[in-house]
Structures are given as C-alpha cells and as structure tokens.
Design a binder for this molecule. Structure first.
Ligand code: DAH
Length: 345
C-alpha cells in the first residue's frame, strides 16, 4: 500500500524561504551567490526537492503546496536578483576604478630632440653667408679623383696629396672624367662642380662631411665637416674676401670678433692666406680657416676665363667653430652620440 505524504511530511517552506533569502544576502561574491542558488533551486537544491514531492501529493494538497512553492521560488528569485545587482555594481566599480583616467596626473610630454651642435653650427654659418648673398649647395661625399684633386690644381704627383690621404673606393664605376673614386677629403670639389654647370657670377656656401686618414684624438677625427665658400664674379678682389670673412666671423663669434690673415699656400688659391679669428669668449687668436683668391688654373679647368672673372674661396672646419662656440675641448664628443653631452649644449 502506498502512503501519500501529508503536509506534516513536507519541509518548512517559510523557513526555507528565510534561510534562502539570508544566504543570498550574505553572499559576498558572484561565485558565492551562484553556489547559494545551486543549493536552493539547482538540480539538487532544497526547493527543487520539495517540488519533486509534489507529484506524489493529493491533487488538492498538490495545488496548495505548489502555490506556496511558487511563492517561495519567486521570493528567492527576488532576493537573488537584488544581491546580484549589488555584487555586479561593486565589480564594475572596481574594474572601472582600475581603468580610470586620472586627469590630475602630469602629462607625459614626448622628449623633444634638438639639432646636433655640428648641424646647428653649419646652419649658423650658412645663415651669415646667406645674408651676404651666398646660396647653400651640397655635393657628393663619394667623389672622383678629378674633382677632389686634379680640378683643384692638385695633380697626381702633387705633395699636397700627402695631407689628404683618404679611403679609395675601387674604381668599379666608370667615372667621367675617368679616375679613381674616393671619399672626398674636402668640400672644395663643389667649386668646380658648380662652375661647370652655371655661368658666373657664383656665390655658394657648401656645408658637408669630409674624410681623411686620421687616428681619432682630441683634435682629429677621420670623419668631420667643412664649410666651403666660393665667390666668382667680375672684379672680385682680396678686399672682398677679407670683408666677407670679417663679417662671417662677427656673425659666428659676436660683434667684437676680428680677423687677421697670414700668408700660406694652397694649390687652388693664389695668393692664399690662413685666417685667425679673435674670439672674445676665448680671449685669444685662434686659427680658423684657409682662404685665397681662386687660382686661374681652377677657373680655367671649370670653363671660366680668368681674364674675365676673378674669385675668392675659403674653407673651414665646422667642428672647430662648434668647439669655440660651445667651449668644448675634445672633438670626439661630437661623434660619441652621448645624449647627456648633446642635451647640455
Ligand atoms: N680645402 C682645404 C682643406 O681641406 C680648405 C681650404 C683652404 C679651402 C683654402 C679653400 C681655400 O677654399 O681657399 O684643407
């Protein structure tokens, strides 16, 4: 004989509802909340167990108990939803706080670079010369023997080549005019390159990198920079050279700077002069550059007529001027690429 359970055999639904509501309210994480939910209404949950019993009840009792089970289920669902909303809000608050944009933080400004002192010095030189009517041009660092030497009045057997040893690039290239290919030892070859492609007058400034066979020390580098300048026009004289150099010097070292000229020799100028500058910041004369009136042979090789035009030229080391302007005593600092040095200037 089967017995039909009565009300007395059923668990206390009110107690179950209260226990469940407290358990939901006490869940401190969403995981805990899910655990509580499984214990109450999961497949093996307490309320689910009551529901299973319903089938074995008298129809009248089943209806009554079924209604109470539904009421408890609804009450528990409400308690769960309330707690879930609170826990989710808390979770979102934590996540958002971690990702928050703190507008009171100081901005991370990108570090601005600056011009290398060599570049800055070349630009300063070009600035002064541009003010005197010179145009800046640049030329190839890999040069032919003809432009670097022969057109500068330095034939193959000339002793001046001894001071201009450099790196020779194998003559794989069919150079025109023929000759070996080398890393230029000065910026002077741009004199001829310019004159060959344009008629006089010529007023150019040539900043650029040059190469020499040197062992690096405080005053020598195998790679350094020069600023060449050439002026060719009708009736240019030594006085024009002197005036240009004096102005350049004042532009670089201040209004009290002065120059003095000493006779010297360069194959591509006649007469030639070395120029010293009185640099107020140094308080002494410093040897600055080589200069002179362009040699008639150089004009002729470039297709100009020395009877019609005359010219002056000068060439100076950029590193030397940069050292004087910034009070630096070791040339190698310019090539070390140490940002502490570069940003201190
Ligand atoms: N080219 C020379 C050198 O590298 C510098 C120089 C001297 C250039 C006298 C000139 C000049 O134009 O007239 O040593």
């Amino acid at each position: 004989m089967t017995t039909t359970p009565g009300t007395a055999d059923l668990p206390d639904l009110d107690a179950l509802r209260e226990r469940g509501a407290r358990a939901y309210a006490g869940a401190s994480t969403l995981d805990e909340l899910d655990d509580v939910k499984a214990e109450l209404v999961g497949r093996r949950g307490a309320l689910t167990a009551v529901q299973r019993l319903l089938g074995s009840l008298d129809p009248a009792l089943r209806r009554e108990v079924g209604a109470r089970v539904n009421a408890v289920r609804a009450a528990l669902a409400g308690a769960e939803a309330q707690r879930r909303a609170a826990l989710e809000a808390e979770r979102d608050r934590v996540v958002l706080a971690a990702e928050a944009l703190d507008v009171t933080l100081p901005p991370r400004t990108p570090r601005r670079g600056s011009l290398h002192p060599i570049t800055e010095t070349m630009e300063a030189m070009v600035d002064v010369l541009a003010g005197l009517g010179f145009t800046a041009v640049t030329g190839p660092e890999v040069e032919t023997d003809w432009f670097n030497f022969q057109a500068m009045n330095i034939p193959h057997d000339h002793p001046a080549r001894g001071m201009h040893d450099t790196i020779y690039v194998e003559s794989l290239v069919d150079a025109d005019p023929p000759g070996s290919i080398l890393l230029r030892t000065h910026t002077s070859p741009m004199q001829t390159r310019t004159m060959l492609v344009q008629p006089p007058p010529v007023y150019i400034a040539v900043p650029g990198r040059v190469f020499r066979q040197e062992t690096a020390d405080a005053t020598h580098l195998p790679v350094f920079h020069q600023m060449e300048s050439l002026a060719v026009d009708a009736g240019l004289s030594f006085a024009d050279l002197r005036g240009t150099l004096a102005e350049l010097c004042r532009g670089l070292f201040g209004p009290d700077a002065r120059i003095r000229m000493r006779p010297d020799h360069y194959p591509f100028t006649e007469p030639s002069a070395d120029v010293d500058a009185w640099v107020p910041a140094v308080g002494d004369w410093v040897e600055l550059l080589g200069s002179g009136m362009v040699h008639p042979n150089v004009l002729r090789m470039a297709g100009y007529d020395p009877e019609q035009v005359s010219g002056f030229a000068f060439g100076m080391g950029v590193e030397r001027v940069a050292m004087l302007r910034h009070g630096i005593d070791d040339l190698r600092l310019f090539a070390d690429n140490d940002v502490r040095f570069l940003s201190a200037l």
